[in-house]
Design a protein around this ligand. Sequence first.
Ligand code: NAI
Ligand code: 15L
Length: 268
Amino acid sequence: PTPRTILLTGAAGGLGTLMRGLLPSYGYRLRLLDMLPIEGEPGAITADLADRDALRAAVRGVDAIVHLAGISLEAGFDKILKANIEGTYNLYEAAREEGVRRIVFASSNHAVGFTPRPQGDDPLIPIDTPRRPDTYYGLSKCFGEDLAQLYADRHGIDTVSVRIGSCFPEPSTVRMLSVWMSPADGARLFHAALTAEVSGHTVVYGSSANTRLWWDLGPARALGYQPQDDSEVFAARLIAEQGELDPANPAHANLGGAFCTEPPIWPY
Ligand code: NAI
Ligand code: 15L
C-alpha cells in the first residue's frame, strides 16, 4: 500500500524545508520532527534524536519515515556519534517497536567519498563500489546503511538508502555539476523510494540526470525514479567563474571533493 502519513525528521534543515514544500503534492501528510522549532509549523515535534520516548511517540502510527535529521557536515567524532550513529539507531529502534515498515535514509556520497571520480571515458561509479568514507560524517552514513541492512534482515524493516549528492536549489560549484540533485528530482526520488515495491535494504545514488554525472543512476531508476533536471544549464557560468576541475588538485580528485582534504572544506 502507498504510505500516506510520513514522519520527516530534520524538517527544519535545508533539505527538510525543501521537502516540506514538495512532498505534500504527492499526497503525503507530513509529521515533522527536528531538534529546532520550525517557524510557522506549530504542530511540529521539537525533539532530539537522543530522546527515545519522544521518538517512539513521533513514529507511532506513521506509514513510513524519511530520515534527514543529523549533522550534515564533518564534525568531531563525539558529536557525530551522538547525532548520526546513536540517533539513527534510536530512530530504527522506535520504528521497530512501533511497527513502521519503511524508512528512506538520507545517506551521502561521502560514504564513498574517497572513490576517485571518473575522468574522460571512465565508467560511472557503480552502487556496489567499496565504501570509502571521507570523514567521520561519511563513516556515520556507512553505519546508517549497515544499520538499515541489519534491521531489514532481522526485523523486516525495508529501507532505501539514498546516497545524496548535493541537493540545493542550484549547484554552486563545478563539482556540483556532477553530483547535483534538484529539489524537484529529490522529491521524485523520495517518492519513488517510499512507494517502490522493494523489500530489504536498497542503496541508490541520488542526483539529477546531469550531463557530467559521476555515478550510476540505474538503481534509482529501478525504483521508478525518472529524473527531469540536468545541471548543465548552470555549467557555463560556474566554469567561467571557477574553471574546470583540476585532477591534480586533491580537492577535485575524488567523489567527495574537498571533504577529502585536510581539514575537510565545504563548499566545493
Ligand atoms: P541540515 O544541516 O540543513 O539539516 C539537518 C537538520 O537535522 C537540522 O534542522 C538539525 O536541527 C537537525 N538535527 C541535527 N541533529 C539532530 C538531532 N540530534 N536531533 C534532531 N534533529 C537534529 O542538513 P540538510 O542539508 O538538510 O541534510 C539533511 C540530511 O540529508 C542530512 O542527514 C544530511 O547528511 C543528508 N544529506 C544532505 C545532502 C544535501 O545536499 N543537502 C547531501 C547528502 C546527504
Ligand atoms: C553532504 O553530504 C552534505 O550534507 C551537503 O551539505 C553537501 O556537502 C553534499 O554532501 C555534497 O557533497 O555536496
